[in-house]
Write a protein that binds this ligand. Sequence first.
Ligand SMILES: Nc1ncnc2c1ncn2[C@@H]1O[C@H](COP(=O)(O)OP(=O)(O)OP(=O)(O)O)[C@@H](O)[C@H]1O
Ligand SMILES: [Mg+2]
Length: 377
Amino acid sequence: MKSGFLDKLIDRLDKLDPGSLQTHFLQLASDKGLLETIFHAIQEGIIVLDGEGDITYANRAAEKLLGFRLESAAGDSISRYLRDIDWELVLDLDEGEWSRMVSREIEVNYPEHRFLAFYVVPLSLVREEESGAVLILRDITRDREHGEKVIESERLHALTLLAGGVAHEIGNPLNSLNIHLQLLDREIAHLADGDRENLGELVDVASQEVKRLNQIINQFLRAIRPVEPELEQTDLADLLGETLRFMRHEIEDKSVLVEKESPDDLPPIKVDKAQIKQVFFNIIKNGLQAMTGGGLLKITISATERFIAVAFRDSGSGIEPESLGQIFDAYHTTKGEGSGLGLMIVQRIIRDHGGEIEVDSEPGRGTTFTIFLPPCL
Ligand SMILES: Nc1ncnc2c1ncn2[C@@H]1O[C@H](COP(=O)(O)OP(=O)(O)OP(=O)(O)O)[C@@H](O)[C@H]1O
Ligand SMILES: [Mg+2]
C-alpha cells in the first residue's frame, strides 16, 4: 500500500464509478486489517505520537509494557507513561541531535518492574511535512538480569581464583617455617636447663600459631574450591534437627529460643547432606550473632510443586538497606572476628543445587533468609 497509489486514487476519486470505488475501498480495508494484525503481532511495543507528544496509536505490546489501553489512553501525553524523559526536547530535536537522543534504556515500575530499551523515530524523517514521532519499545529485562548474573559469577570466579592462589602460596613458606621450628626445637634440646625451657615455650607458641594458620588456609581452600554436590535422598527436617543439636550449646548461651515448623508430607529431595548442613549452620550462626540480647529464631520449612523452601527468621539487629547488596560478597563482614565468607559459601552451595536464596531485613527488627531448593523430579 504505497502512499503514491493513495495519492493517485485521491486525485481520481471524482472520476471513479461506484463499482470501482467500492472495490478500491474493500481493498484498502483489507490492507488496513492486515497491517493492523501485523502491527499487533509485533513483540516490540510501538506508539505513535503527534507533534505535541500525545498518543495517537499503540499496539498490544506497547499497551502491555506500559500498562494502558489505547481506548482510554489515546490523546494522553506520553509523559504520563514514560516519565524522566524530557519529551519536549525529544520532539523538538533537530536532526543533528537525533542520533544522541533517539536510543535510550529506562527502568519502569508499572505495571511491572522492567528495563525497556526504546528509540524514537521522528515522522519527519519519513515524510517531511509530518510532525510527531514513532516510539519503539523493547523489553530487555531478561537480557539485563542474565548479564548481571554472568558478570557477578565471573567476578566471583576471578576473586576465588586469586584468593585460592594466594592461600596456596602462603602454604609453602608456612611449611618451611614449620620445618625450621622443628629444627630449632632439636637445637634447643642441647641447651642448658633454664634456657631450654624458656626458648622451648616460645617455639611451642610459634608452632601452635603456624598450625592454626595452616588450618585456616586449609579450611579456606576447602570453602572456595567448587565441590560437586553428592546428592542423596534426604529429609530436610532431619538435617535441620541434626544441625540444631550440634549448635545447642551456642543457642543456649545466647538465650535464643528456636521454633521449628515443618509439614508432615514434605516431598522427597536430593541434596548433598554435608553441604546443606553447612548452609543451615552458617545462616543460623549469623542469626545467633545478630541477636546479642537473646531472641527468637523461627525456622519454617514449606513446599510447593516447584520448590522446597526453608525460611530462617531471626529477631536480631537486621541489616541496613545499603549493606544488603554486599552481604554475599567475599570478605564483607561487620564483625571483628568474622571472615565474611559465610554467606558467600551459602550462596555457592545453594546455586550448585539449582536453588535460590532470598533475604529480607528490617533494621532493628530482624532478618529472614529463605532458601529455595528444587524437589526430586
Ligand atoms: N541474620 C543476620 N542479621 C544481621 N546481619 C547479618 C545476618 N546475616 C548476615 N549478616 C551481615 O552480613 C555479613 C556477612 O555475613 P557472612 O556470614 O558472610 O560473614 P560473617 O558472619 O561476617 O563472617 P563468617 O565468615 O565468620 O560467617 C555479616 O558480617 C553481617 O553484617
Ligand atoms: Mg557468618
